[in-house]
Design a protein around this ligand. Structure first.
Ligand code: FAD
Ligand code: SF4
Length: 522
């Protein structure tokens, strides 16, 4: 007879999670399930599915080694009743509850609204209590964030971040001031690489798949053969020991160089000075507190400069916590936001990388090959293009949630819908991240090998970003002119004569129809 059945989801792989408080190995048991629906409700890429399943299997094995009973349904296996996997979390849990007859259910707060609703529904239908405990993995609870948000007309990351620094005493002096005298070194984090490139970047931490991971890779290849992405170079951390090794390597070798060129891009260099720790933190293999503490120690021990350490800590203590707060205080309505009424379909080549645009080809290519692209590729290449094109935010959201190994909805949705698409009309950001191809030209050498010209807005070789940028300003002139941070950009429209404006609109329509091809040189 099971007393408490503790539900553990694929992104809750922490034996110290609140769901395990007062766990009694003699009376309680763990429940985990691999289900096809989590890879099909969005068209999950092979690397993303493999990271989750491999990490789940390693975690379950560790739990068994620690003397806990684990009821685990493998994707191609059977549930507790001996029947074939039911294919969804709700159906599998419902079936297993009948077989196991626990007295009650416990879980740590899930990271996705849809999953929470489904599991609550199953417990209700089974007439069982489901105790949902707070997720201690974060610096800021949802209730604390709601308190911070209360009474504010707009939510800005910077104020929240300062509050978090103070509350947790991170990078603070004894007099409660930011170390170095400034809260934010963002202006020092935006350099492009010199013309010869980023130089010798330390190699990232890689982990050869062990037997468990190899089995998962074979399973994903057979069950999700037509899904996007490749597993040929799969090397992500899938255990806590590997995640800790990746953290150590980052702190020692990359953190000192993290600060300068956070926004820069370079062809064929997907990893650069970034941490590649998001999947480990999101699966809960690493606690953000230990990541932030390791970075702060590196600064205090003079192993990394302040602008690098502050820049890195801001991403975790600031952005990561902030987007989670936005998600849980705005859902479920947030998913439906579409402030600029964008309804275009996502171009098919987002799933293949088959486009002549050099920057997009590389950003989509590395995404599919590695399940990874760094922040500026996500925000200012794939995200920017979708926003300028006018793609339906739900389609953009489904793509971002599908393709990255770190994709979990609480992190992905505000970043996509709020930050990159401005579909929440300014709740998260004070203005849309709208730019022409010249921004990409400044931050990378892509344009040098591209058949399009970032400075041109009309003509066969005009950069599609640049054409679409002006078209975007025309299409949304009224709301953008009313935004004081965009009004100057909108004013520039008056410098373009009617003939050119018509040509811009025509070319933008042609781009939307997919009629634009690379111009033939000469
Ligand atoms: P680094 O650049 O080294 O940053 C360090 C850490 O800071 C990251 O590991 C991450 O945990 C955190 N971080 C940095 N920026 C953000 C941010 N804006 N929001 C939340 N955390 C942040 N991040 C996810 O974890 N999951 C997602 O599904 C996700 N989807 C995104 C979608 C879009 C459209 C955009 C623009 C960003 C998205 N991000 C997402 C945020 C960010 O791009 C990734 O966290 C980062 O690229 C992960 O790589 P890294 O570990 O090398 O990060
Ligand atoms: Fe991208 Fe335009 Fe530059 Fe080509 S010209 S690489 S499409 S920004």
């Amino acid at each position: 007879m099971v007393r408490h059945l503790v539900i553990v989801l694929g992104d809750q792989l922490d034996p110290g999670a609140s769901g395990f408080d007062d766990f009694d190995p003699d009376r309680d048991a763990v429940w985990m399930a691999e289900v096809a629906e989590e890879s099909t409700h969005v068209w999950s890429s092979k690397p993303r599915t493999a990271v989750f399943l491999a990490a789940m299997r390693h975690f379950a094995a560790d739990q068994r080694d620690a003397g806990r009973t684990v009821h685990y349904a493998e994707l191609d296996g059977r549930g507790a009743d001996g029947q074939a996997n039911r294919g969804s979390l709700a159906a599998q849990l419902a079936a297993d509850l009948k077989a196991l007859e626990p007295e009650s259910l416990i879980m740590t707060e899930p990271g996705e609204w849809r999953v929470r609703e489904a599991l609550v529904g199953v417990a209700d239908a089974a007439g069982l209590t489901l105790e949902i405990r707070e997720d201690r993995h974060f610096f800021c609870s949802v209730a604390e964030f709601a308190q911070h948000a209360e009474g504010r007309s707009s939510l800005r990351m910077e104020y929240f971040y300062r509050e978090m620094r103070r509350r947790h005493g991170i990078l603070m002096t004894k007099r409660d001031q930011p170390v170095g005298g400034r809260w934010n070194y963002d202006v020092d984090n935006r350099k492009a690489f010199p013309s010869q490139g980023p130089g010798l970047v330390p190699p990232r931490a890689t982990f050869s798949p062990d037997e468990t991971t190899q089995k998962v890779i074979a399973l994903v290849e057979s069950e999700f053969a037509d899904h996007p992405g490749s597993l040929d170079t799969f090397a992500w951390p899938v255990t806590r020991a590997q995640a800790l090794e990746a953290l150590d390597l980052f702190i020692d070798e990359r953190l000192p160089g993290f600060g300068d060129a956070q926004d820069a891009m370079w062809p064929g260099e997907p990893w650069l000075w970034h941490a590649h720790l998001s999947s480990s933190m999101n699966l809960k293999l690493l606690h953000p507190r230990e990541v932030v503490a390791a970075a702060e120690s590196a600064y205090r021990d003079r192993r990394a400069p302040l602008h690098a350490v502050e820049g890195f800590i801001r991403q975790i203590l600031g952005w990561r916590e902030y987007v989670r707060g936005i998600y849980w205080t705005q859902m479920p309505g947030y998913l439906e936001r579409n402030a600029f009424e964008a309804f275009e379909p996502l171009p098919d080549w987002y799933w293949t990388g088959d486009t002549p645009m050099a920057c997009l080809k590389d950003a989509v290519g590395t995404t599919l090959e590695n399940g990874y692209a760094h922040h500026i590729q996500r925000l200012m290449v794939t995200g920017l293009y979708a926003m300028l094109l006018g793609v339906d935010p739900r389609e953009v959201h489904a793509w971002y949630l599908a393709v990255y190994v770190d994709a979990v909805e609480w992190a992905e949705l505000p970043n996509t819908l709020g930050m990159s698409q401005y579909a929440d009309g300014g709740l998260m950001g004070s203005k849309p991240y709208a730019a022409t191809g010249k921004y990409i030209d400044r931050m990378s050498p892509y344009c040098k090998t591209c058949p399009f010209d970032p400075a041109k807005r009309v003509g066969d070789d005009a950069c599609p970003f640049t054409t679409l940028y002006w078209d975007y300003l025309v299409r949304h002139e009224e709301p953008l002119a009313a935004n004081h941070r965009m009004s100057l950009q909108v004013k520039n429209l008056s410098r373009i004569d009617d003939d050119e404006l018509r040509a811009i609109r025509d070319r933008a329509d042609a781009i939307r129809r997919g009629d634009v091809v690379a111009p033939v040189p000469g």
